[in-house]
Write a protein that binds this ligand. Structure first.
Ligand SMILES: NC(=O)c1ccc[n+]([C@@H]2O[C@H](COP(=O)([O-])OP(=O)(O)OC[C@H]3O[C@@H](n4cnc5c(N)ncnc54)[C@H](O)[C@@H]3O)[C@@H](O)[C@H]2O)c1
Length: 370
């Protein structure tokens, strides 16, 4: 199969969908890979490395889209890319269709086959192509939180791990899923005094079993949250209710209960945030202060560490890409239900129910096209 890897053109996106290691694996399976010049540069991969791995470098995005039977990307296509996508072309990338109708309509009009990273789903209902980015964001939340706890950055001036004779910082993590668990591991490793809250008792039991001694678990409810925010220095928002907006677990009035200089990192900002006063920020201007409480609410945290994020993402996407390239999308989706669930738009029709519902558009089951 002919695979095209365009350079991401969305603002501040430095990740790339295939690394030179991925090119070697795909080539070994008999596929030809065309990479747009400088596509990998933001993640630390030069054109020469792709060429050595067996890819052909193309100078423009137009040529990369024009030659490919399958496009591998990271972010959803943006407007200038819409017209480059061809009928019957397979596009394998993050789409997040339900949040943007013009993209959905444009992909329907293109006649392409859109397989979305975010809806590829394992039998246990986990989302294998979202997990790596949650791992990155969870770990980063503590790195960023520790930085903003420093006085010159606006925080309380507390060192996360403390020192002998001085207490460490207290870190509260709301939500013990992928983000929360990774945040807890980092905070615990740095010597903080960590509490994770979740509404799932089985999850709390599991975390209690696997976490080190400086991590406590606590049932998440309003009473407990009000109690704990009074004496915690760094609070990480990491809740998710699949398919819904995040619930506001910390409301505006609660800010007054916190110590001035407390740092809030709301990782769930991409689902509306679990802190009422959270609004999306960027890496250029990541924080703001309300009632003396510092808020960090960057919506694409992994974007700051493209080297790690690209490798984490491509480790997860490559096995699926190889199946798609080896078998063609129809046979690959027949053989693997995880990939079948990734199909969102085929030949002008919406085949993912949640997307059709979001815009009140007709839905056709993907099986119809296999
Ligand atoms: N900002 C970013 O750059 C970025 C990057 C990756 C993920 N995220 C977001 O981070 C959030 C968390 O993702 P995840 O992968 O950890 O999800 P997850 O499904 O693995 O975990 C969510 C957890 O929240 C818990 N939860 C639900 N309601 C709760 C409540 N009221 N109180 C406490 N816990 C509650 C669930 O039981 C679950 O354990 C998502 O919104 C995701 O989109 C953001």
């Amino acid at each position: 199969m002919i695979i095209g890897v365009p350079k991401e053109i969305k603002n501040n996106e430095n990740r790339v969908a295939v690394t030179p290691a991925g090119v070697i694996e795909l080539s070994k399976n008999g596929h030809q890979i065309y990479v747009q010049s400088t596509a990998g540069l933001g993640s630390g991969f030069a054109d020469e490395q792709y060429e050595e791995a067996g890819a052909t470098i193309l100078p423009t995005i137009e040529e990369t889209y024009a030659i490919a039977e399958m496009i591998m990307k990271v972010k959803e296509p943006i407007e200038p890319e819409y017209k480059l996508i061809k009928k019957d072309q397979l596009v394998f990338t993050y789409f997040h269709f339900a949040s943007y109708e013009p993209l959905t309509k444009a992909m329907m009009a293109s006649g392409a086959v859109c397989l979305a990273y975010e809806t590829v789903e394992k039998p246990d209902r986990s989302l294998p192509l979202l997990v790596p980015m949650s791992e990155v964001a969870g770990r980063m939340s503590i790195q960023e939180g520790a930085k903003y706890l420093e006085k010159p950055m606006g925080g309380r001036g507390i060192l996360l791990g403390g020192v002998p004779g001085v207490r460490p910082a207290k870190v509260l993590i709301l939500g013990g899923g992928v983000v929360g668990t990774n945040a807890a591991k980092m905070a615990a490793g740095m010597g903080a005094d960590v509490t994770i809250m979740d509404v799932s008792l089985p999850r709390l039991r599991y975390l209690d079993d696997v976490m080190p001694a400086n991590v406590n678990t606590f049932m998440s409810n309003e009473f407990n949250i009000r109690e704990l925010i009074r004496n915690h220095d760094l609070i990480v928002g990491a809740v998710l209710i699949p398919g819904a907006k995040a619930p506001h677990l910390i409301t505006r009035d609660m800010l007054k209960e916190m110590n001035p200089g407390t740092v809030l990192v709301d990782v769930a900002v991409d689902q509306g945030g679990c802190i009422e006063t959270c609004r999306p920020t960027t890496h250029q201007d990541p924080t703001y202060v309300i009632d003396g409480i510092l808020h960090y609410c960057v919506a694409n945290m992994p974007g700051a560490v493209p080297y790690t994020s690209t490798l984490a993402l491509t480790n997860a996407t490559l096995p699926y890409a190889i199946q798609l390239a080896n078998k063609g999308w129809k046979k690959a989706c027949q053989d693997n239900r995880e990939l079948l669930l990734g199909l969102n738009v085929i030949n002008g029709e919406i085949v993912y129910e949640g997307v059709a519902k979001a815009f009140n558009l007709p839905f056709a089951p993907a099986e119809k096209f296999l």
